[in-house]
Design a protein. Structure first.
Length: 52
C-alpha cells in the first residue's frame, strides 16, 4: 500500500501522513493523524485516528 500525498488548505501530508489539529475534541484528543490511499479500482480511501 502506498499513501497518497495531499496538499490542501489547512493541512498537508508529510511522508503520506497528515497531522490535523482540532479533530475529535469530544474524545479528549488534540487532533487526528490521517492518511489516504487508493484501492485496486483507483478509489481514494482515508483512515484516521485520534491523537491524545
Amino acid at each position: 500500500m502506498v499513501f497518497e500525498e495531499v496538499d490542501l488548505p489547512g493541512f498537508r501530508t508529510k511522508d503520506g501522513i497528515a497531522d490535523i489539529d482540532g479533530n475529535y475534541p469530544s474524545k479528549g484528543a488534540r487532533g487526528e493523524r490521517a492518511a489516504w490511499f487508493r484501492d485496486s479500482e483507483g478509489n481514494m480511501l482515508g483512515i484516521g485516528e485520534p491523537v491524545v
